[in-house]
Write a protein that binds this ligand. Structure first.
Ligand SMILES: Cc1cc2nc3c(=O)[nH]c(=O)nc-3n(C[C@H](O)[C@H](O)[C@H](O)COP(=O)(O)OP(=O)(O)OC[C@H]3O[C@@H](n4cnc5c(N)ncnc54)[C@H](O)[C@@H]3O)c2cc1C
Length: 453
Protein backbone atom coordinates (compact mmCIF):
# COMPACT_ATOMS: atom_id res chain seq x y z
CA UNK A 1 0.00 0.00 0.00
CA UNK A 2 2.72 2.38 1.10
CA UNK A 3 5.01 1.62 -1.79
CA UNK A 4 2.14 2.00 -4.24
CA UNK A 5 1.43 5.46 -2.76
CA UNK A 6 5.08 6.41 -3.22
CA UNK A 7 5.10 4.91 -6.71
CA UNK A 8 2.06 6.93 -7.75
CA UNK A 9 3.51 10.14 -6.30
CA UNK A 10 6.77 9.48 -8.13
CA UNK A 11 4.83 9.84 -11.39
CA UNK A 12 3.91 13.41 -10.41
CA UNK A 13 7.38 14.86 -9.85
CA UNK A 14 10.22 15.15 -12.35
CA UNK A 15 12.65 13.16 -10.20
CA UNK A 16 11.37 10.15 -8.19
CA UNK A 17 14.34 10.62 -5.82
CA UNK A 18 12.31 13.49 -4.36
CA UNK A 19 9.69 11.05 -3.00
CA UNK A 20 11.06 9.74 0.29
CA UNK A 21 9.98 6.70 2.30
CA UNK A 22 12.99 5.62 4.41
CA UNK A 23 11.63 5.32 7.98
CA UNK A 24 14.38 7.45 9.57
CA UNK A 25 13.83 10.20 6.99
CA UNK A 26 10.05 10.08 7.47
CA UNK A 27 10.54 10.39 11.21
CA UNK A 28 12.94 13.34 10.92
CA UNK A 29 10.82 15.22 8.37
CA UNK A 30 7.63 14.65 10.39
CA UNK A 31 8.90 16.41 13.49
CA UNK A 32 10.01 19.80 14.71
CA UNK A 33 11.02 21.12 18.16
CA UNK A 34 7.73 19.92 19.72
CA UNK A 35 9.85 18.21 22.40
CA UNK A 36 10.34 21.64 24.00
CA UNK A 37 7.00 20.91 25.61
CA UNK A 38 6.84 18.06 28.12
CA UNK A 39 3.09 18.01 27.45
CA UNK A 40 3.35 17.67 23.65
CA UNK A 41 6.30 15.25 23.71
CA UNK A 42 4.30 12.06 24.40
CA UNK A 43 1.41 13.21 22.19
CA UNK A 44 3.48 13.77 19.06
CA UNK A 45 6.50 11.48 19.22
CA UNK A 46 4.84 8.67 17.25
CA UNK A 47 3.13 10.82 14.62
CA UNK A 48 4.73 10.21 11.26
CA UNK A 49 3.99 10.80 7.57
CA UNK A 50 3.50 7.91 5.14
CA UNK A 51 5.61 9.65 2.54
CA UNK A 52 7.54 12.89 2.02
CA UNK A 53 7.52 14.74 -1.31
CA UNK A 54 10.03 17.49 -2.07
CA UNK A 55 8.56 19.56 -4.91
CA UNK A 56 10.65 22.07 -6.82
CA UNK A 57 7.82 24.08 -8.37
CA UNK A 58 4.16 25.06 -8.18
CA UNK A 59 3.17 22.60 -10.93
CA UNK A 60 4.43 19.70 -8.83
CA UNK A 61 2.58 21.01 -5.75
CA UNK A 62 -0.65 21.30 -7.74
CA UNK A 63 -0.23 17.75 -9.06
CA UNK A 64 0.38 16.35 -5.56
CA UNK A 65 -2.63 18.21 -4.14
CA UNK A 66 -4.93 16.96 -6.93
CA UNK A 67 -3.78 13.41 -6.21
CA UNK A 68 -4.24 13.87 -2.45
CA UNK A 69 -7.77 15.20 -3.01
CA UNK A 70 -8.69 12.27 -5.22
CA UNK A 71 -7.59 9.82 -2.54
CA UNK A 72 -8.50 11.88 0.58
CA UNK A 73 -4.89 11.91 1.80
CA UNK A 74 -3.82 14.61 4.32
CA UNK A 75 -1.03 16.98 3.27
CA UNK A 76 1.16 18.79 5.80
CA UNK A 77 3.54 21.45 4.54
CA UNK A 78 7.00 21.83 6.05
CA UNK A 79 9.64 24.55 5.82
CA UNK A 80 12.73 23.85 7.92
CA UNK A 81 10.90 22.19 10.83
CA UNK A 82 12.05 24.61 13.54
CA UNK A 83 8.55 25.26 14.85
CA UNK A 84 8.38 24.70 18.57
CA UNK A 85 4.95 23.24 19.15
CA UNK A 86 4.52 20.56 16.55
CA UNK A 87 2.92 22.83 13.96
CA UNK A 88 4.25 20.74 11.05
CA UNK A 89 3.80 17.31 12.69
CA UNK A 90 1.33 15.31 10.53
CA UNK A 91 -1.24 14.18 13.09
CA UNK A 92 -3.02 11.92 10.60
CA UNK A 93 -0.02 10.76 8.57
CA UNK A 94 -0.33 11.15 4.80
CA UNK A 95 2.00 13.33 2.75
CA UNK A 96 4.54 15.78 4.14
CA UNK A 97 5.30 18.39 1.51
CA UNK A 98 8.85 19.51 2.23
CA UNK A 99 9.45 22.86 0.50
CA UNK A 100 13.15 23.16 1.34
CA UNK A 101 14.10 22.80 -2.34
CA UNK A 102 11.95 25.76 -3.38
CA UNK A 103 14.49 28.24 -2.05
CA UNK A 104 15.06 30.82 -4.78
CA UNK A 105 15.46 34.52 -4.09
CA UNK A 106 13.96 35.96 -7.28
CA UNK A 107 14.88 39.58 -6.63
CA UNK A 108 15.15 42.42 -4.16
CA UNK A 109 13.31 45.34 -5.71
CA UNK A 110 14.64 48.89 -5.64
CA UNK A 111 11.97 49.63 -2.99
CA UNK A 112 13.45 46.92 -0.76
CA UNK A 113 10.95 44.10 -1.22
CA UNK A 114 12.34 40.56 -1.38
CA UNK A 115 10.47 38.34 -3.83
CA UNK A 116 11.20 34.72 -3.02
CA UNK A 117 10.13 31.12 -2.83
CA UNK A 118 9.01 29.80 0.58
CA UNK A 119 11.96 27.49 1.24
CA UNK A 120 14.51 30.34 1.17
CA UNK A 121 16.40 30.42 4.44
CA UNK A 122 16.14 33.66 6.39
CA UNK A 123 19.92 33.81 6.95
CA UNK A 124 20.50 33.64 3.18
CA UNK A 125 17.98 36.44 2.70
CA UNK A 126 19.57 38.59 5.45
CA UNK A 127 23.03 38.09 3.90
CA UNK A 128 21.86 38.88 0.36
CA UNK A 129 19.80 41.84 1.56
CA UNK A 130 22.74 43.37 3.47
CA UNK A 131 24.88 43.18 0.30
CA UNK A 132 22.29 45.44 -1.35
CA UNK A 133 21.81 47.90 1.56
CA UNK A 134 18.76 46.20 3.08
CA UNK A 135 18.11 43.89 6.01
CA UNK A 136 15.24 41.82 7.40
CA UNK A 137 12.75 43.86 9.40
CA UNK A 138 12.56 40.97 11.86
CA UNK A 139 13.66 37.37 12.13
CA UNK A 140 13.35 34.50 14.61
CA UNK A 141 16.42 33.42 16.56
CA UNK A 142 16.36 30.33 14.29
CA UNK A 143 17.61 32.64 11.50
CA UNK A 144 20.25 30.16 10.31
CA UNK A 145 17.80 27.34 9.59
CA UNK A 146 14.27 28.71 9.36
CA UNK A 147 12.61 29.37 6.00
CA UNK A 148 10.65 32.44 4.93
CA UNK A 149 7.51 30.33 4.29
CA UNK A 150 7.76 28.58 7.65
CA UNK A 151 8.27 31.89 9.45
CA UNK A 152 5.11 33.31 7.84
CA UNK A 153 3.24 30.03 8.41
CA UNK A 154 4.22 29.44 12.03
CA UNK A 155 6.30 32.30 13.46
CA UNK A 156 5.37 35.65 14.89
CA UNK A 157 8.38 37.94 15.27
CA UNK A 158 11.80 38.16 16.80
CA UNK A 159 14.98 40.18 16.43
CA UNK A 160 13.83 43.50 14.93
CA UNK A 161 10.32 43.36 16.44
CA UNK A 162 11.26 46.00 19.04
CA UNK A 163 11.37 48.46 16.12
CA UNK A 164 9.10 46.91 13.48
CA UNK A 165 6.50 44.89 15.40
CA UNK A 166 5.49 41.35 14.53
CA UNK A 167 4.76 39.68 11.19
CA UNK A 168 1.10 40.61 11.51
CA UNK A 169 1.77 44.32 12.09
CA UNK A 170 2.46 47.34 9.89
CA UNK A 171 2.25 45.69 6.46
CA UNK A 172 5.30 43.59 7.36
CA UNK A 173 4.19 41.00 4.79
CA UNK A 174 3.16 42.60 1.48
CA UNK A 175 1.75 39.67 -0.45
CA UNK A 176 2.01 36.01 -1.32
CA UNK A 177 0.69 33.41 -3.70
CA UNK A 178 -1.21 30.57 -2.07
CA UNK A 179 -1.97 27.14 -3.49
CA UNK A 180 -5.40 25.98 -2.37
CA UNK A 181 -6.86 22.54 -1.64
CA UNK A 182 -10.19 23.24 -3.35
CA UNK A 183 -11.79 20.63 -5.60
CA UNK A 184 -9.65 22.17 -8.34
CA UNK A 185 -6.49 23.40 -6.61
CA UNK A 186 -5.31 26.78 -7.89
CA UNK A 187 -2.92 29.62 -7.13
CA UNK A 188 -4.44 32.72 -5.50
CA UNK A 189 -2.65 36.03 -4.86
CA UNK A 190 -3.21 37.53 -1.41
CA UNK A 191 -2.04 41.06 -0.80
CA UNK A 192 -2.52 43.81 1.76
CA UNK A 193 -5.06 42.92 4.45
CA UNK A 194 -5.83 39.59 2.71
CA UNK A 195 -2.48 38.15 3.91
CA UNK A 196 -3.99 37.80 7.39
CA UNK A 197 -6.28 35.03 6.17
CA UNK A 198 -3.27 32.74 5.72
CA UNK A 199 -0.53 34.24 7.91
CA UNK A 200 0.31 32.10 10.95
CA UNK A 201 -2.34 29.50 10.08
CA UNK A 202 0.23 26.65 10.19
CA UNK A 203 -0.40 25.60 6.60
CA UNK A 204 -3.97 24.61 7.46
CA UNK A 205 -5.64 26.78 4.84
CA UNK A 206 -3.21 27.14 1.95
CA UNK A 207 0.40 26.70 0.88
CA UNK A 208 2.55 29.78 0.34
CA UNK A 209 4.56 29.41 -2.85
CA UNK A 210 5.78 32.94 -3.68
CA UNK A 211 6.29 35.74 -1.16
CA UNK A 212 6.76 39.52 -1.28
CA UNK A 213 8.57 40.31 1.98
CA UNK A 214 9.46 43.98 2.64
CA UNK A 215 12.87 44.77 4.12
CA UNK A 216 14.29 47.71 6.09
CA UNK A 217 17.28 49.90 5.22
CA UNK A 218 20.40 48.16 6.57
CA UNK A 219 22.04 49.60 9.68
CA UNK A 220 25.42 49.08 11.23
CA UNK A 221 24.67 47.20 14.48
CA UNK A 222 26.63 46.71 17.69
CA UNK A 223 25.89 43.87 20.10
CA UNK A 224 25.94 45.05 23.69
CA UNK A 225 25.53 43.41 27.11
CA UNK A 226 25.49 44.82 30.63
CA UNK A 227 25.14 43.03 33.97
CA UNK A 228 23.03 44.44 36.82
CA UNK A 229 22.80 43.50 40.49
CA UNK A 230 19.03 43.10 40.40
CA UNK A 231 16.39 42.08 37.89
CA UNK A 232 14.47 45.33 38.55
CA UNK A 233 17.50 47.47 37.68
CA UNK A 234 18.19 45.57 34.46
CA UNK A 235 14.52 45.57 33.46
CA UNK A 236 14.08 49.32 34.02
CA UNK A 237 17.28 50.18 32.15
CA UNK A 238 16.43 47.96 29.17
CA UNK A 239 12.84 49.20 29.10
CA UNK A 240 14.05 52.81 29.08
CA UNK A 241 16.09 52.08 25.95
CA UNK A 242 13.39 49.97 24.32
CA UNK A 243 10.59 52.54 24.60
CA UNK A 244 12.66 55.61 23.67
CA UNK A 245 12.53 56.35 19.92
CA UNK A 246 15.82 58.23 20.24
CA UNK A 247 17.62 54.88 20.43
CA UNK A 248 17.82 52.87 17.21
CA UNK A 249 17.78 49.21 18.24
CA UNK A 250 17.09 45.75 16.87
CA UNK A 251 16.91 43.80 20.10
CA UNK A 252 16.27 44.59 23.77
CA UNK A 253 16.36 41.56 26.05
CA UNK A 254 16.58 40.86 29.79
CA UNK A 255 17.70 37.54 31.32
CA UNK A 256 17.06 37.12 35.02
CA UNK A 257 19.72 35.18 36.94
CA UNK A 258 20.30 32.19 36.77
CA UNK A 259 19.34 32.19 33.04
CA UNK A 260 22.72 33.74 32.03
CA UNK A 261 24.48 30.85 33.79
CA UNK A 262 23.03 28.53 31.10
CA UNK A 263 24.96 30.31 28.31
CA UNK A 264 28.12 28.19 28.55
CA UNK A 265 29.85 29.40 25.33
CA UNK A 266 29.67 33.08 26.33
CA UNK A 267 30.35 32.83 30.05
CA UNK A 268 32.95 35.61 29.78
CA UNK A 269 30.14 38.17 29.34
CA UNK A 270 28.07 36.82 32.25
CA UNK A 271 28.51 37.91 35.86
CA UNK A 272 27.74 35.53 38.68
CA UNK A 273 24.37 36.19 40.30
CA UNK A 274 23.55 39.16 38.04
CA UNK A 275 20.78 39.86 35.54
CA UNK A 276 21.98 40.41 31.97
CA UNK A 277 20.65 43.02 29.57
CA UNK A 278 21.34 42.39 25.85
CA UNK A 279 20.78 45.12 23.29
CA UNK A 280 21.55 45.44 19.56
CA UNK A 281 22.13 49.14 19.08
CA UNK A 282 22.93 51.25 16.02
CA UNK A 283 26.73 51.50 16.13
CA UNK A 284 27.08 55.28 16.44
CA UNK A 285 24.97 55.10 19.63
CA UNK A 286 27.07 52.37 21.30
CA UNK A 287 29.20 54.85 23.28
CA UNK A 288 26.15 56.67 24.61
CA UNK A 289 24.52 53.35 25.53
CA UNK A 290 27.65 52.34 27.43
CA UNK A 291 27.47 55.55 29.45
CA UNK A 292 23.72 55.15 30.06
CA UNK A 293 24.17 51.58 31.32
CA UNK A 294 26.89 52.62 33.77
CA UNK A 295 24.76 55.50 34.98
CA UNK A 296 21.97 52.98 35.66
CA UNK A 297 24.34 50.89 37.80
CA UNK A 298 25.29 48.29 35.19
CA UNK A 299 28.64 46.82 34.26
CA UNK A 300 29.13 46.70 30.49
CA UNK A 301 30.41 43.18 29.78
CA UNK A 302 30.54 43.12 25.97
CA UNK A 303 30.35 45.35 22.90
CA UNK A 304 31.09 44.03 19.44
CA UNK A 305 29.95 44.51 15.84
CA UNK A 306 27.21 42.50 14.14
CA UNK A 307 28.44 41.60 10.66
CA UNK A 308 25.50 39.44 9.57
CA UNK A 309 24.45 35.89 10.42
CA UNK A 310 28.03 34.56 10.71
CA UNK A 311 29.05 36.98 13.48
CA UNK A 312 30.87 35.32 16.39
CA UNK A 313 29.56 35.33 19.03
CA UNK A 314 26.11 35.81 17.56
CA UNK A 315 24.29 36.99 20.66
CA UNK A 316 20.84 36.53 19.12
CA UNK A 317 21.58 32.78 19.46
CA UNK A 318 20.79 33.28 23.16
CA UNK A 319 17.58 35.29 22.74
CA UNK A 320 13.92 34.64 21.93
CA UNK A 321 13.22 30.93 22.01
CA UNK A 322 16.90 29.98 21.95
CA UNK A 323 16.99 30.97 25.62
CA UNK A 324 14.71 28.02 26.38
CA UNK A 325 17.04 25.70 24.48
CA UNK A 326 20.03 26.77 26.61
CA UNK A 327 17.96 26.29 29.77
CA UNK A 328 16.90 22.79 28.70
CA UNK A 329 20.52 21.93 27.91
CA UNK A 330 21.47 22.94 31.45
CA UNK A 331 18.52 21.11 33.01
CA UNK A 332 15.92 19.13 31.00
CA UNK A 333 13.29 19.91 33.66
CA UNK A 334 12.96 23.44 32.25
CA UNK A 335 10.31 24.40 29.77
CA UNK A 336 8.73 27.76 28.87
CA UNK A 337 5.74 30.02 28.32
CA UNK A 338 5.11 32.76 25.77
CA UNK A 339 3.73 35.85 27.50
CA UNK A 340 2.93 39.51 27.10
CA UNK A 341 3.14 41.69 30.21
CA UNK A 342 1.32 44.97 30.64
CA UNK A 343 3.66 47.93 29.96
CA UNK A 344 2.06 49.78 32.91
CA UNK A 345 1.53 47.02 35.47
CA UNK A 346 4.35 44.64 34.62
CA UNK A 347 6.35 45.20 37.80
CA UNK A 348 3.26 44.36 39.85
CA UNK A 349 2.66 41.29 37.66
CA UNK A 350 6.29 40.17 38.13
CA UNK A 351 5.85 40.48 41.91
CA UNK A 352 2.62 38.46 41.95
CA UNK A 353 4.21 35.67 39.92
CA UNK A 354 7.32 35.67 42.08
CA UNK A 355 5.22 35.45 45.27
CA UNK A 356 3.16 32.54 43.96
CA UNK A 357 5.78 30.52 42.05
CA UNK A 358 9.18 31.56 43.44
CA UNK A 359 11.99 30.41 41.16
CA UNK A 360 9.70 28.02 39.29
CA UNK A 361 9.45 30.94 36.84
CA UNK A 362 12.51 32.87 35.62
CA UNK A 363 11.92 36.10 33.75
CA UNK A 364 13.20 36.40 30.19
CA UNK A 365 11.91 39.58 28.58
CA UNK A 366 11.90 40.42 24.84
CA UNK A 367 10.67 43.96 24.21
CA UNK A 368 8.55 44.28 21.09
CA UNK A 369 6.36 46.87 19.40
CA UNK A 370 2.68 45.94 19.27
CA UNK A 371 0.24 46.78 16.49
CA UNK A 372 -0.62 50.11 18.15
CA UNK A 373 3.03 51.16 18.02
CA UNK A 374 3.58 50.71 21.78
CA UNK A 375 6.76 48.91 22.89
CA UNK A 376 5.66 46.23 25.38
CA UNK A 377 7.49 43.66 27.51
CA UNK A 378 6.96 40.41 25.64
CA UNK A 379 8.38 37.46 27.53
CA UNK A 380 9.43 33.87 27.09
CA UNK A 381 9.87 32.94 30.75
CA UNK A 382 11.77 29.79 31.58
CA UNK A 383 9.57 27.55 33.72
CA UNK A 384 10.53 24.58 35.88
CA UNK A 385 8.13 21.79 34.88
CA UNK A 386 6.66 19.48 37.49
CA UNK A 387 3.17 18.50 36.32
CA UNK A 388 0.77 19.51 33.56
CA UNK A 389 -1.68 20.66 36.27
CA UNK A 390 0.92 22.99 37.76
CA UNK A 391 1.79 24.36 34.31
CA UNK A 392 -1.89 25.00 33.56
CA UNK A 393 -2.27 26.65 36.96
CA UNK A 394 0.53 29.03 36.02
CA UNK A 395 -1.05 29.78 32.62
CA UNK A 396 -4.47 30.41 34.20
CA UNK A 397 -2.98 32.55 36.94
CA UNK A 398 -1.03 34.64 34.38
CA UNK A 399 -4.26 35.25 32.46
CA UNK A 400 -6.13 36.12 35.68
CA UNK A 401 -3.65 38.93 36.45
CA UNK A 402 -3.74 40.34 32.91
CA UNK A 403 -0.66 38.61 31.47
CA UNK A 404 -1.32 37.43 27.89
CA UNK A 405 -0.27 33.80 27.28
CA UNK A 406 0.16 32.14 23.87
CA UNK A 407 0.16 28.57 25.11
CA UNK A 408 3.02 26.60 23.53
CA UNK A 409 1.87 23.35 25.14
CA UNK A 410 -1.07 22.82 22.81
CA UNK A 411 -1.00 21.70 19.22
CA UNK A 412 -3.96 23.61 17.82
CA UNK A 413 -4.23 27.17 16.64
CA UNK A 414 -7.04 28.41 18.83
CA UNK A 415 -5.15 28.42 22.14
CA UNK A 416 -1.67 28.99 20.74
CA UNK A 417 -1.99 32.74 20.71
CA UNK A 418 -2.28 34.01 17.15
CA UNK A 419 -5.70 32.76 16.14
CA UNK A 420 -7.66 35.75 14.94
CA UNK A 421 -10.77 36.77 16.82
CA UNK A 422 -12.36 37.83 13.50
CA UNK A 423 -12.08 34.17 12.37
CA UNK A 424 -10.69 35.03 8.93
CA UNK A 425 -8.22 32.10 9.07
CA UNK A 426 -11.18 29.77 9.70
CA UNK A 427 -13.20 31.34 6.85
CA UNK A 428 -10.18 30.86 4.54
CA UNK A 429 -9.96 27.20 5.57
CA UNK A 430 -13.64 26.67 4.80
CA UNK A 431 -13.04 28.25 1.40
CA UNK A 432 -9.65 26.79 0.43
CA UNK A 433 -9.64 23.43 2.21
CA UNK A 434 -13.32 22.40 2.48
CA UNK A 435 -12.44 18.71 2.93
CA UNK A 436 -10.02 19.41 5.77
CA UNK A 437 -6.96 17.76 4.23
CA UNK A 438 -4.37 20.47 4.96
CA UNK A 439 -2.51 19.79 8.23
CA UNK A 440 -5.64 18.25 9.81
CA UNK A 441 -6.28 18.48 13.55
CA UNK A 442 -4.64 21.87 14.06
CA UNK A 443 -7.71 24.15 13.67
CA UNK A 444 -10.30 22.73 16.04
CA UNK A 445 -13.08 25.18 15.17
CA UNK A 446 -13.12 23.92 11.56
CA UNK A 447 -15.81 21.41 10.55
CA UNK A 448 -15.12 19.66 7.27
CA UNK A 449 -17.60 19.50 4.43
CA UNK A 450 -19.14 16.02 4.50
CA UNK A 451 -19.72 15.79 0.75
CA UNK A 452 -17.84 13.31 -1.43
CA UNK A 453 -14.81 14.67 -3.27
C1 LIG B 1 15.30 27.48 19.28
C2 LIG B 1 14.07 28.11 18.66
C3 LIG B 1 13.95 29.48 18.62
C4 LIG B 1 12.82 30.09 18.02
N1 LIG B 1 12.71 31.45 18.00
C5 LIG B 1 11.66 32.01 17.41
C6 LIG B 1 11.54 33.44 17.34
O1 LIG B 1 12.42 34.18 17.75
N2 LIG B 1 10.43 33.97 16.75
C7 LIG B 1 9.46 33.17 16.20
O2 LIG B 1 8.49 33.69 15.65
N3 LIG B 1 9.56 31.83 16.23
C8 LIG B 1 10.63 31.23 16.81
N4 LIG B 1 10.73 29.87 16.82
C9 LIG B 1 9.76 29.08 16.08
C10 LIG B 1 10.25 28.81 14.62
O3 LIG B 1 11.64 28.71 14.54
C11 LIG B 1 9.89 29.90 13.68
O4 LIG B 1 8.54 30.11 13.71
C12 LIG B 1 10.36 29.64 12.26
O5 LIG B 1 10.23 30.80 11.54
C13 LIG B 1 9.67 28.50 11.57
O6 LIG B 1 10.26 28.34 10.30
P1 LIG B 1 10.42 26.90 9.63
O7 LIG B 1 10.88 27.09 8.24
O8 LIG B 1 11.25 26.03 10.47
O9 LIG B 1 8.91 26.43 9.64
P2 LIG B 1 8.28 25.00 9.96
O10 LIG B 1 8.54 24.62 11.37
O11 LIG B 1 8.68 24.04 8.93
O12 LIG B 1 6.75 25.35 9.76
C14 LIG B 1 6.07 26.19 10.64
C15 LIG B 1 4.56 26.13 10.32
O13 LIG B 1 4.34 26.79 9.09
C16 LIG B 1 3.77 25.89 8.15
N5 LIG B 1 4.39 26.16 6.86
C17 LIG B 1 5.66 25.90 6.49
N6 LIG B 1 5.85 26.30 5.23
C18 LIG B 1 4.68 26.81 4.80
C19 LIG B 1 4.23 27.34 3.56
N7 LIG B 1 5.04 27.46 2.51
N8 LIG B 1 2.94 27.74 3.46
C20 LIG B 1 2.09 27.63 4.51
N9 LIG B 1 2.47 27.14 5.70
C21 LIG B 1 3.74 26.73 5.84
C22 LIG B 1 4.03 24.49 8.68
O14 LIG B 1 3.03 23.57 8.29
C23 LIG B 1 4.02 24.73 10.17
O15 LIG B 1 2.69 24.68 10.61
C24 LIG B 1 11.82 29.27 17.45
C25 LIG B 1 11.94 27.87 17.50
C26 LIG B 1 13.05 27.29 18.10
C27 LIG B 1 13.14 25.80 18.10
Amino acid sequence: MLSSLAAELSQLVADPARVLTAPAVLDRLSHDFYWYSPVLRPQLVSKVADVVVQPIGVDEILAVLRFALQHSIPVTVRGAGTGNYGQCVPLEGGIVLDLSRMDKLEEITSEGVAVCQPGLRLAVLETEARKRGWELRMYPSTLAKASVGGFLGGGSGGIGSVAHGGLRDFDNVHAFEVVTMEDSPRVVLHQGAAVHEILHAWGTNGILTRIWFPLAAAQSWTQFTAAFDTYEQAFRFTQSIAVDNGWTKRLATVFEWPIPSFFAPIKQIVRDGKTLSLIMIESTQAGALHAAAELAGGEVTFTGPFDGPRTQPLLSDYTWNHTTLWAMKADPAYTYLQCGFSPRDCEHQFRLLRERYGDEILFHIEFMKNGDGVVVPGAIPVVRFTTEERLNDMINYCRSIGVFVANPHVNYLEDAGRFRADNIQLRAKEKYDPHGLLNPGKMLSFRKQEVPI
